[in-house]
Design a protein around this ligand. Structure first.
Ligand SMILES: [Zn+2]
Length: 114
């Protein structure tokens, strides 16, 4: 059976219609932030085994950026939110498509120790 993603705008759609950008947690540093902050933002990611928030774009549908709460071990999708709504809920300003502006938080559920 195909994996299905519940797009909040288009309904239940096959995962092949989506493109994944990755971890939604990193917050873009200010333009004048130190080199280390930019280095961490661009290069460092947690390798989560469990539930995490990821940015996905519905490229084969509405083209909106979404935040998908997914278990990276079981591939079970727990929740899907429009990235702009997710960012608003986090209290951060939106703009520029929402994906890069999302502040992102993690549930921490099921995360493996490093
Ligand atoms: Zn859609």
């Amino acid at each position: 059976m195909a994996s299905l993603i519940p797009c909040p705008h288009c309904g239940l759609r096959p995962k092949e219609e989506f493109s994944i950008r990755g971890d939604a947690a990193p917050v873009r540093p200010r333009p004048d932030a130190p080199f280390d902050a930019w280095d961490a933002y661009v290069h460092l990611r947690d390798n989560v085994r469990g539930v995490m928030h990821e940015h996905w774009q519905h490229v084969g549908g509405c083209r909106r950026w979404l935040v998908v709460e997914r278990d990276t071990f079981t591939h079970a999708v727990h929740a899907v939110t429009d990235a702009a709504d997710f960012t608003r809920a986090q209290g951060a300003p939106t703009g520029g498509g929402g994906a890069s502006a999302a502040s992102g938080t993690r549930t921490g559920k099921g995360r493996a120790k490093r």
